[in-house]
Design a protein around this ligand. Structure first.
Ligand SMILES: Nc1ncnc2c1ncn2[C@@H]1O[C@H](COP(=O)(O)OP(=O)(O)OP(=O)(O)O)[C@@H](O)[C@H]1O
Ligand SMILES: [Mg+2]
Length: 342
């Protein structure tokens, strides 16, 4: 299936679209769980890798289950390729590959046999098994039993299974879960190579750093609601704040005088990487919440109080910092930071 064919669908409707999605799990004890509270999600561009991000319990798996027609939303709409999947997922099932939570495979069968069974179910030629084994780079281990696979290999086999249908949309729920750094890097390579073929990918994670490098766009959710969404470049521009880092002998005193001057500052924990001996010669560091253009004001306030810094540098805070700020439960310090940055 060519990219041109795939692209033509996007002109008609977004690949994935959730509007006002609500899901309340009714429990017998009566304490209902509002897992989704009006979630909006749009995955537009074919070949996009859309990161679906949020901390544990924020509603990612619930939303993905709704997208796959596995559960019925309490209210709202969810469409895949323009089709209302709550009622008619079967109409798009052949265009969507997915892994939700731990993939089910037969442990005593080889990887190849497991895929061959799936191919049979989908009525696909067995040559498709070789195709997907090659994509996920398991072609050397396909005769080993699934039970003998490492976690990373199991994840890759599951993805191979999801790729059998040559789907236009691949939905991966936490594919990096439990993988070591090398496994996560392999997963990213795999996502990149699948997306490069024109497949749109929706990939969830509770850790931004795991998938940040492969996403072209992202939706960040917290507590069943979207807190940020857009292209990665836009999210970075909105949240990739800069911090001014100051190396100074009396950090607590410096924080105190800066705060008195209305400048938010905090002592940097020694573990945060910034405390490694640099030009500051190993002096303690403080992080100051000001625009880089205001750095001179920091110097002046400190000097006015007989505090002299030995190093001042501007450091871009990572998107991960923004992710934590957006998805952290409200605390007095978090609120302070947002107010100062606003
Ligand atoms: N079947 C269910 N019955 C009742 N509550 C549920 C059910 N499934 C999920 N929940 C609740 O809904 C909320 C969202 O859960 P969900 O699994 O969608 O979150 P998640 O973002 O996928 O989390 P994780 O990162 O841990 O996978 C949680 O409070 C969870 O306890
Ligand atoms: Mg989940």
């Amino acid at each position: 299936m060519g990219l041109g064919h795939r692209a033509s669908f996007a002109l008609v409707s977004p690949v994935v679209e959730a509007i006002g999605l609500e899901k309340t799990y009714r429990r017998r004890r009566g304490d209902d769980v509002r897992a989704l509270r009006g979630l909006e999600l749009t995955v537009g561009e074919p070949g996009a890798v859309h990161g679906f991000l949020g901390p544990n319990g924020s509603g990612k798996t619930t939303a993905i289950r709704c997208l796959l027609g596995l559960i019925r939303p309490t209210s709202g709409q969810v469409r895949v390729f323009g089709v209302d999947v709550t009622e008619r997922f079967h109409e798009v099932a052949h265009r969507v590959g997915a892994i939700v939570e731990s993939p089910k495979m037969f442990p005593n069968f080889t990887g190849r046999k497991n895929l061959a069974l799936l191919a049979q179910i989908y009525k696909l030629p067995s040559t498709e098994v070789d195709r997907v084994l090659e994509i996920v780079k398991l072609d050397g281990r396909d005769r080993d039993t699934f039970g003998s696979y490492s976690l990373g290999m199991r994840q890759r086999l599951a993805i191979a299974g999801a790729l059998l249908k040559d789907p236009e949309l691949l939905i991966l729920d936490e594919p990096a879960n439990g993988l070591d750094p090398a496994g996560i890097a392999e997963m990213r390579d795999l996502i990149r190579s699948v997306a490069a073929q024109g497949t749109t990918i929706l990939v969830s994670s509770h850790q931004l750093s795991e998938i940040e490098q492969v996403c072209t766009e992202a939706t960040i959710i917290y507590n069943g609601l979207v807190v940020e969404s857009g292209s990665l470049a836009d999210i970075r521009a909105r949240h990739g704040a800069v911090d001014v880092i100051v190396g100074i002998e009396h950090p607590e005193q410096a924080v105190h005088v800066l705060s008195a001057a209305g400048i938010s500052a905090s002592v940097r924990p020694p573990s945060s990487g910034g405390a490694t001996p640099g030009a500051s010669g190993g002096l303690p560091l403080i992080t100051v919440d000001v625009a880089p253009t205001d750095a001179a004001r920091v110097t002046r306030v400190l000097a006015d109080n007989d505090l002299y810094l030995s190093e001042l540098r501007v450091e871009a805070s990572t998107l991960e910092d923004a992710f934590f700020r957006l998805t952290a439960p409200p605390s007095p310090t978090a609120v302070d930071r947002v107010e100062v940055a606003a």
